[in-house]
Design a binder for this molecule. Structure first.
Ligand SMILES: Nc1nc2c(c(=O)[nH]1)N[C@H]1C(S)=C(S)[C@@H](COP(=O)(O)O)O[C@H]1N2
Ligand SMILES: [Mo]
Length: 428
């Protein structure tokens, strides 16, 4: 098939899969990064490693709806046992069902914030699910966000997350002063060694910088109640952050006067102040290319905090030595790929439509611009015909500030941005 045919087919298949709400598909797992993800994740608790996945059968033509169906999210939860594997009876006992959930909101005993009151189980003032939904009637927000683990190369899933801004719950305690940070954790089998805690500066909770959505106590994903595997009944979702800030099975919020991050993830050498990066990866590597025929490739880009201007691809002979001192492949023969437009059918959502008042979308459910920050975009490219031989294909993003991937933040422990190299053979 030549490149033009591929483009046509890609467009047709893309259209088709967006029309088929709920098509079962793997969460985005680009060819070249599955193996890498396994190694990269080793820095984490071993439960944070994804299960090995089969390669997508026909990459690029994969019937993946834009929003990942809940059952296709990849799960990297910690816990022995993982809380969502507990039997229903136990879930009820520990408050992990909607009718038994309670949230304690307290002042930090070590570094107290001055609060008018605390919400505790002991005096029966802890917040319950009904009270949270009541706050939601006035304050609920929803926004699209890709959930990505800082230590895994590819996203775990694209979701439309819905809930109540964390600040609305913080305000219930009538804080007066000495409040600089919020930290929070979820159910962890009542075992202090299993606690997985994250934290935010209070400023981020009270005010949303630039055009970011608020940090939320999330109870819905893609229009459905948040299920136990995704952290239900209630989890935190931090729009611009990697997954570790979005604590699942939320049970405790602590308002504190500490001046620094105290995230469990920081103890594992991670950069806990790093917002999502922009990067590209290939989903459909060249399929059995023949000498003299154009070559089609396609993939996706994660649009980080700095946005996305374009995706580029490069192809070089595999045996050609790369110049020294060019770790970021700036001298590769980069050419622009084509960004696919926003989908018109959004898959996993009810009726395939974006509900009204969704952050980043207008009242008719169309994105205000494309691609949206903190979500995935898809791209395709047609490479010129090549002589028979072995080649290396790379893709990279250019963000809205003009930085080529992996800049401006190339270090691994602040999130994946390394440029992927995929070898392929052109047959005579
Ligand atoms: N309570 C709790 N919350 C947690 C975790 C955890 O192990 N326990 N893992 C975190 C990490 S490291 C990631 S990447 C995300 C993954 O979210 P997901 O399982 O919904 O994909 O959840 C975060 N929230
Ligand atoms: Mo993670």
């Amino acid at each position: 098939m030549n490149g033009d045919d591929f483009l046509a087919e890609h467009a047709r298949l893309t259209r088709r899969f967006f029309l088929q709400a709920g098509v079962a598909a793997a969460a985005i797992a680009p060819f070249g990064t599955v193996a890498a993800a396994e190694t990269e994740a080793k820095g984490e608790n071993k439960n944070d490693r994804p299960a090995p996945r089969a390669k997508p059968e026909k990459a690029g033509a994969r019937g993946e709806p834009y929003f990942t169906p809940t059952e296709d999210f990849r799960d990297v939860s910690r816990g022995k046992p993982v809380p969502h594997s507990l039997p229903e009876e136990k879930l009820r006992e520990v408050g992990l069902t909607r009718d038994t959930w309670r949230l304690e909101v307290i002042s930090d005993p070590d570094k107290p914030a001055k609060l008018g009151k605390q919400l505790t189980r002991a005096d029966d003032t802890a917040l319950d699910f009904a009270a949270l939904l009541k706050l939601g009637e006035r304050h609920s927000v929803r926004f699209p966000k890709v959930m990505t683990c800082l230590n895994i190369g590819c996203p775990l899933g694209m979701g439309l997350w819905e809930g109540v801004p964390l600040r609305e719950v913080a305000w219930l305690t009538k804080p007066r002063e000495d409040l600089r940070r919020v930290f929070y954790w979820g159910y962890h089998n009542d075992d202090p060694k299993q606690m997985f805690r994250s934290s935010l500066p209070i400023g981020r909770v009270l005010e949303d910088p630039y055009d970011l959505p608020p940090v939320i106590l999330c109870y819905k994903l893609n229009g459905q109640w948040l299920d136990a595997e995704r952290g239900g009944p209630v989890r935190i979702v931090v729009p611009e952050a990697y997954g570790f800030k979005s604590i699942k099975w939320l049970t405790h919020l602590v308002l504190s006067n500490i001046a620094h991050a105290n995230d469990t993830y920081g103890e594992q050498n991670n950069d806990v102040d790093s917002p999502l990066k922009t990067f590209a990866a290939v989903l459909a590597p060249p399929a059995d290319p023949k000498a003299g025929e154009k070559i089609a490739v396609s993939g996706y880009a994660q649009v980080g905090i700095s946005g996305l201007t374009k995706v580029q691809v490069s192809v070089e002979p595999a045996d050609k030595p790369r110049p020294e001192g060019d770790p970021y492949f700036t001298t590769a023969p980069w050419v622009d790929a084509e960004l696919l437009p926003a989908p018109t059918d959004w898959g996993a959502l009810d009726g395939g439509r974006i509900p009204p008042q969704t952050h980043g979308f207008d009242s008719s459910g169309r994105p205000k611009h494309w691609p949206l920050r903190l979500t995935n975009a898809h791209w395709t490219a047609v490479l010129p015909a090549l002589p028979a031989g072995k080649y290396v294909l790379r893709s990279r993003t250019i963000d809205e500030k003009g930085h080529a991937q992996p800049l401006p933040r190339p270090f691994r422990k602040s999130g994946h941005a390394a440029i992927e190299s995929i070898t392929f053979t052109v047959k005579a």
